[in-house]
Design a protein around this ligand. Structure first.
Ligand SMILES: [Zn+2]
Length: 362
């Protein structure tokens, strides 16, 4: 099968993040096994989802890891070009949900597998199932000691996210904090009998954001990024029931965008340790993506980017997880991130062919 045929197949599987990728995973497994490739599936705890790991060539000889995700962001029938799960070709572009992010790059790799096998090259394919929904799969994989040991022995890792075939060597990390405040409600004419959760939420928010900004300033600017400092923003803020009632509950979210090297782990762990509030404070923390800075050798980066300057980008990927376990990683793939997650998502056919042709040389 060529890249287009494989992409057609992959797009047809509805792998929106609210569903699962099992059908697509099984298809990829069968495809690879036809070429004698060893494949293992890594299930999540309740076995409703699976990641795929495939070993092309000699498993004991280090090769390059090609990493991707089979899930996509949601799509609906209002796609104005064709239908989301039916690959549509027009003016040198393939349209469809996931065509760019990132079934196109995966299709290119799969199309190159017969050639890799024939040439006796070693490579590893690693496909996760929830990159768009919380990074649980990559968390699970990089917490498994046997897999980590195996990955640490490989030469490099390419996260095949759409980067316009330019090497991405840094991106920010993302962390979400959900802070809930529980007080005591009552009539607004008797506030002394109440504990105002909204008031407590505002105070805790100022405490949190003030501390974050101070630390970000201490770490300093990173000129590689458009937003040079680590930043944090409040996304949702909810509280209150009526204009004349003191609220007993308020909740807000804070999303941080952390520069590589700025260590906010301890900050978020400690920020409320000595904080006093009349309301009860409950915090849920969720790490989406580690900040990423590539440790690949410049020669390897250059062999991919071929004269184009390496870039720092604003979107997050699984790359930081691989770097964290000591596998030198770069983000590199066909397609432009500007087309990912859009209603008329597409990938350039020419770029996809170029990518497929590059793989046996990596
Ligand atoms: Zn992606």
């Amino acid at each position: 099968m060529d890249t287009k045929e494989i992409l057609h197949k992959l797009v047809a599987f509805d792998t929106q993040i609210q569903h699962n990728t099992l059908e697509a995973v099984n298809w990829v497994r069968n495809y690879l096994q036809n070429f004698g490739v060893e494949v293992s599936l890594i299930y999540n705890q309740d076995k409703t989802r699976a990641s795929l790991m495939a070993f092309i060539g000699d498993k004991n000889r280090p090769g390059c890891v090609f990493s991707g995700h089979l899930d996509t962001v949601p799509a609906d029938e209002t796609f104005y070009r064709g239908r989301p799960f039916e690959l549509h070709y027009e003016n040198g572009r393939y349209y469809g949900r996931g065509a760019c992010d990132m079934k196109g790059p995966i299709a290119g790799f799969l199309a190159a597998v017969p050639e890799l096998v024939k040439a006796g090259k070693s490579a590893v394919l690693l496909l996760t199932h929830d990159e768009e929904g919380g990074f649980q799969a990559i968390n699970q994989i990089t917490a498994d000691p046997d897999i980590v040991k195996f990955l640490q022995n490989q030469q490099n890792c390419i996260v095949m996210e759409p980067s316009d075939l330019k090497a991405v060597t840094a991106h920010k990390g993302t962390r979400l904090l959900e802070v809930s405040l529980f007080g005591r409600s009552g009539h607004s004419s008797r506030p002394s009998l109440c504990i105002d959760a909204v008031d407590a939420a505002v105070n805790s928010y100022c405490h949190l954001l003030g501390g974050f900004r101070k630390l970000a300033e201490n770490y300093g600017a990173n000129p590689a990024f458009i937003e040079p400092y680590s930043t944090a923003t409040v996304g949702l803020f909810n509280g209150g029931e009526a204009i004349n009632t003191v609220a007993d509950r308020a909740v807000y979210t804070l999303l941080s965008r952390e520069n590589p090297g700025d260590d906010f782990e301890k900050f978020f762990a400690d920020i409320f340790t000595d904080y006093n509030s009349p309301a009860r404070l409950e915090i849920k923390q969720k790490l989406y993506a580690y900040a990423f800075k590539s440790r690949c050798k410049p020669e390897f980066i250059e062999s991919l980017s071929r004269g184009q300057q390496p870039q720092a980008v604003n979107f997050g990927t699984e790359a930081g997880f691989f770097e964290k376990i000591g596998l030198p990683t770069v983000v590199f793939g066909p397609g432009n991130i500007a087309q990912a997650h859009t209603k008329d998502e597409y990938i350039s056919a020419a770029q996809l062919e170029k990518w497929t042709a590059m793989i046996p040389e990596i």
